[in-house]
Design a protein around this ligand. Structure first.
Ligand code: KG4
Ligand code: ZN
Length: 335
């Protein structure tokens, strides 16, 4: 069979990224241009600035991606683009760019769900085996998903309130750490001990998550300690928070592994870059004797390689988008 090359575009938040993916698994070319330092000055992503910067940078990112590729743009088989969920203005820059490429070079257009992209990051240099359990942990998601085949998603549980990445970012902010907070908490926690006792989320025996109680408790605790003039050990606080939050993720994954007897486990999304989570989930996988797949760190956070990987099954099914494709800020994962 002829090799299939997909050019993928990702602009859902503050990374302008493109990749050329061969046969859904191999990286032919990959570029990420992050705006992180600009947004760090404001303590978080400023949507208006994000879309302007995508507009400024996107052509440069294409040039760079084509320069590194083994093929020419005319030889691409399809153009894939993230259409949801994300910041509307940012998504629209990528969508319009992808549509223009598809029109000019007469290539099919493939619309990819960003969260599905995170899951398919595990298919890069790898082949997903079904059925599998996916723990999706990002700035917008905390989901436990069963997949019985490509694009066959059964949501076992989701967060009832805040996503885990959101908790990382808010707790980092109250500690005065730079945006994005997750990697900073990850780094500090390594140097700390779990000396602070924070409340564990209620054990409800479902697969759902709730992190807002923990987040509010820690934010209030930090404010109160500051008012009383008590010093806070940031390293110990980061370590104590992580222990409770990641224990909760583990508890639900353990329950799902026990009940479903599934033997394949994957983690996905920005928080899957977290060192403590990666170690703990490995221990859990060993305990249950299941195969574990964890994306390389560079494919955990937002990137176009995962979008190219997720587009491949859609290409095989000829599920193409037309030029009326529009951005959506919110969308569920569905079959
Ligand atoms: O998947 P992602 O890049 O964007 C979304 O789709 O939401 O995830 C971003 C989230 C942010 O909350 C960020 O703080 C968190 O992932 N994150 C981390 C780490 N790296 C990124 N959280 C904990 N530890 C990390 N090493
Ligand atoms: Zn993401």
């Amino acid at each position: 069979m002829k090799d299939i090359y997909i050019l993928a575009v990702e602009t859902s938040c503050d990374e302008t990224s493109m990749a050329i993916i061969k046969n859904g698994h191999e990286i032919d070319s990959f570029t990420v241009l992050t705006q992180m330092d600009t947004h760090a000055e404001y303590g978080g992503v400023v949507p208006e600035i994000a879309s302007r910067m995508h507009t400024e940078n996107i052509t440069m990112v294409l040039e760079e991606t084509l320069k590194k590729s083994s093929i020419k743009i005319e030889e691409i088989d399809a153009i894939a683009v993230t259409y949801a969920p994300g910041l509307l203005g940012s998504l629209l820059v990528g969508i319009e760019f992808a549509k223009t490429l598809a029109y000019v070079y007469e290539k099919p257009l493939i619309a990819v769900n960003h969260t599905v992209g995170h899951i398919y990051a595990n298919n890069l240099n790898n082949h997903l085996q079904f059925p599998l359990l996916a723990l999706v942990v990002s700035g917008g998601h905390t989901d436990l998903i069963q997949m019985d085949g490509d694009y066959q998603f059964k949501i076992l549980g989701s967060t009832l309130d805040d996503a885990i990445g959101e908790c990382y970012d808010k707790i980092a902010r109250v500690l005065g750490l730079k945006y994005p907070g997750g990697p900073n908490i990850d780094r500090l926690a390594k140097q700390g001990k779990p000396t602070y006792a924070f409340p564990k989320p209620v054990n409800d025996n479902t697969y759902n998550f709730s992190f807002s109680g923990l987040k509010s408790h820690i934010i209030n605790f930090v404010h109160n300690e500051k008012q009383r003039g008590n010093p806070i050990c940031k390293e110990d606080l980061a370590c104590s928070f992580q222990e409770v939050a990641i224990d909760e993720l583990k508890r639900k994954v353990r329950l799902a592994l026990k009940n479903t007897k599934i033997k394949e486990l994957i983690i996905a999304g920005g928080v899957s870059a977290n060192k403590y989570l990666r170690e703990e989930i490995k221990t859990l996988a060993n305990e249950f004797n299941v195969n574990l797949s964890i994306p390389e760190i560079k494919y955990c956070t937002d990137n176009a390689a995962m979008i190219g990987a997720a587009a491949y099954p859609l290409f095989l099914k000829k599920e193409f988008a037309d030029f009326s494709l529009n951005a959506k800020s919110q969308v569920e994962i569905s079959i």
